[in-house]
Design a protein around this ligand. Structure first.
Ligand code: FE2
Length: 344
């Protein structure tokens, strides 16, 4: 096979996505392979209040799935018959949402009589970033709504060097932002305010071994909000202080993973990776250590189907299978459950 076109389906959380990615990996091997994102379509569930209700989330995904897939094929300029492989997010994620992606992918694969492959969502972030940025062997700081992990490759597995013990960094930012009346998603507004902060207010800083916890920081920061109304502190200073501590915790663990593994590259992944404040802080740390920081394009840092298609191609090229084998969904699948047989 000269070229392969994979249709990837993403549905771990609020985003239902479909993307066609073309590659010549079978002919050229990984090093010289192309990763051409022909389309990257999505439709995201949103609410004015509260968060994601799994039942409503699934309803949204089932409703938009046919049109998102149709758009992905149209934008890519290909028909379903021209698709050689279908991949989907197998886990981790919200069960109801994952099942919608798996069912859609299974139907399309059966209809088209092409192979179907389930992939790990977190590893997909790392692999697409690695390919698009040309990073060889980076430590990934994966910072998203539900996931916060520091991951890197060691002896056939993407090992988790540190992770959150309670909530994802994105959930922390959104909950704090909601308490400040900033709406959802609150990340961009908080990021802007961070740069207007002048004074550091004392707040908890929780790194336990290599792991992190954000709930104490959240409670303390929320308790200080009435002081803004009383004119005792500035809103910008509270935001600056909360984000400063949260991002410094992430940066510290990333730095320790670099020191331990002696790797020389860091790559960002996840929607919070788009934060200029986080990029600046991790960038400074990398500069001081003589490491290189890679920031992938925003469209692959947030949840997207192009990364699912790309990891599907990588795994298919090496006939790799995810632990658990079949095409069932694995809501609690861990990054370090997956044997990485596609890397040299
Ligand atoms: Fe993600």
């Amino acid at each position: 096979m000269k070229e392969i076109i994979c249709l990837g389906i993403e549905s771990t959380a609020h985003t239902f996505g479909a993307s066609a990615v073309k590659s010549n990996i079978f002919e050229k091997g990984y090093g010289k392979s192309s990763c051409e994102i022909l389309s990257n379509e999505k439709d995201s569930y949103s609410t004015k209040q509260g968060g994601m209700i799994p039942r409503d989330l699934a309803e949204h995904h089932y409703k938009v799935a046919p049109s998102v897939v149709k758009r992905a094929l149209e934008k890519a300029g290909v028909t379903l018959a021209e698709i050689n492989l279908i991949s989907f997010s197998q886990g981790p994620g919200i069960g109801n949402a994952l099942r919608c992606g798996a069912i859609t992918a299974r139907q399309l694969a059966l209809k088209n009589k092409v192979p179907l492959i389930g992939v790990n969502h977190c590893i997909a972030h790392l692999e697409i970033g690695r390919k698009l940025c040309g990073a060889a062997d980076p430590v990934m700081l994966y910072a998203s709504g539900a996931n916060t992990q520091i991951i890197c490759y060691e002896n056939k597995y993407y090992r988790v060097f540190g992770e959150t013990l309670d909530m994802g960094i994105g959930n922390f930012l959104d909950t704090f932002g909601r308490a400040l009346g900033l709406g959802f998603p609150a990340g961009p507004a908080l990021d802007k305010m961070y740069f207007e902060g002048r004074e550091l207010i004392e707040l908890p800083y929780t790194v336990k071994g290599m792991d992190l916890a954000f709930s104490g920081l959240l409670t303390s920061a929320e308790k200080k909000i009435p002081e803004i109304e009383k004119g005792k502190i500035r809103k910008e200073d509270l935001v600056y202080s909360a984000l400063h501590n949260a991002f410094a915790m992430l940066t510290e663990v990333t730095e320790r993973a670099l020191a331990h593994t002696e790797k020389k590259e860091v790559i960002l992944g996840g929607g919070v990776g788009c934060s200029k404040a986080l990029q600046e802080m991790v960038g400074k740390m990398c500069e001081e250590r003589g490491a290189k920081l890679f920031i992938p394009p925003a469209q692959v840092m947030v949840d997207n189907a192009a990364m699912i298609a790309w990891l599907g191609i990588l795994m298919h090229a090496k006939s790799a299978k995810v632990a658990g084998g079949g095409t069932e969904v694995l809501p609690k699948q861990r990054t370090d459950d997956v044997k990485v047989s596609w890397r040299e």
